[in-house]
Design a protein around this ligand. Structure first.
Ligand code: ADP
Ligand code: TRP
Length: 321
């Protein structure tokens, strides 16, 4: 089964991304055929600084490789390295109406946040459909916010297929409704846009600052504490097995626990869990030629995967005379 997903290079990775999306990708990589790319054409719709665009993309590549994305198993590339996908975008744009696109929640959300309502932002779902359909993905793991985009992609594929014969696979969304939402340091959903993240590739000093800033209630040392309403407990639990979690629960319920001490332990856990990945990342930073080779090979593989579909489209649409 071919699993495909894209990640926008929009900033540093945090615990919420890791414990939901990234761990899942690593699992797929070992059991399936994974296609994974950095969606830098999508981020152009909101990220206007070219230097930031470049460094974010490079950092996203380093992050994913450091976390275990293996370019020998996974087709891993930067979206803009295979510009053929934008040609497919144009063809697909004939199979969706502007009124359908105007229903996109993400367009409304982004313009409400102050992003320019450019035609690029409006057409964003078509580019995403092209990513999915031109690589013939069976399954697409995404966050809940991308559900509607998947529906657009499926609609476009069906319309094309009924008009021109079976060109595209109809992709299945893979949305984990029950993946717990990881809370941020303020207790709201951990998200870059809320500035409440714990970024595991930050420096130790920055990580310490984030962990120490996790909110807690005002229960005194001598009082029992409620693990179920504690943000520290929720985040700490991500690193624990069932038994360890029970133990921590009991510690919360027993008077004498200091939140400051638990935060220090949590910081140790984060550092311990990510230390091999942090070391791997450092190693990769010093090997720019290796990164270029990996991306060049990903580009070649992605290109050869897209070409058969693109050729069929050109033929079917009457472009080859
Ligand atoms: P952000 O909200 O920080 O911008 P993204 O939208 O880039 O994060 O999310 C990338 C992936 O990580 C998505 O699959 C999303 O569902 C997942 N994710 C992001 N934040 C959390 C969270 N707090 N808890 C669980 N999963 C999350
Ligand atoms: N729009 C997706 C997001 O913001 C990223 C993305 C682009 C994507 N192309 C894709 C995800 C194709 C899955 C498949 O999260």
């Amino acid at each position: 089964m071919r699993i495909l997903t894209g990640l926008q290079p929009s900033g540093k990775l945090h615990l919420g991304n890791y414990f939901s999306a990234i761990r899942k990708m690593l699992e797929y990589q070992s059991n399936n055929e994974l296609f994974l790319f950095i969606a830098n054409l999508h981020s152009l719709t909101t990220l206007k600084d070219p230097n930031l665009q470049k460094s974010n993309t490079y950092n996203a590549v380093l992050d994913l490789l450091a976390l275990g994305i293996d370019p020998n198993k996974t087709v891993f590339w930067v979206q803009s390295d295979v510009p053929e996908v934008t040609e497919v975008t144009w063809y697909l744009s004939m199979a969706i109406t502007t009124s359908q696109l105007s229903l996109a929640h993400s367009f409304k959300d982004k313009t409400a946040k102050g992003f320019t309502p450019s035609a690029g932002l409006f057409n964003y779902p078509i580019l995403m459909a092209a990513d999915i359909l031109s690589y013939q993905a069976d399954k697409v793991p995404v966050g809940k916010d991308q559900k509607q985009h998947l529906e657009f992609a499926r609609d476009i594929a069906s319309r094309f297929n009924s008009e021109f014969g079976d060109i595209f696979k109809i992709p299945e969304p893979d949305i984990d409704e029950n993946t717990a939402t990881v809370p941020g340091v303020d207790g709201a959903k951990m998200s870059k846009s809320y500035g409440n993240t714990i970024n595991f590739f930050d420096s130790e000093k920055e990580l310490k600052k984030s962990v120490m800033s996790i909110v807690s209630d005002s229960a005194g040392i001598d009082e029992a504490k409620d693990p179920d309403s504690s943000v520290i407990f929720s985040i700490y639990s991500l690193f624990l097995n069932k038994e360890e979690k029970e133990n921590l629960k009991n510690r919360f319920r027993t008077p004498g626990l200091r939140y400051g001490d638990v935060k220090k332990e949590l910081l140790e856990k984060v550092l311990e869990h990510f230390s091999i990945y942090r070391a791997k990342r450092e190693e990769l930073i010093s090997q720019p030629e290796l990164i270029s080779d990996i991306l060049a090979s990903g580009k070649t593989k992605a290109k050869s995967a897209i070409m058969p579909t693109l050729e069929r489209l050109r033929t079917k649409l009457g472009l080859l005379i």
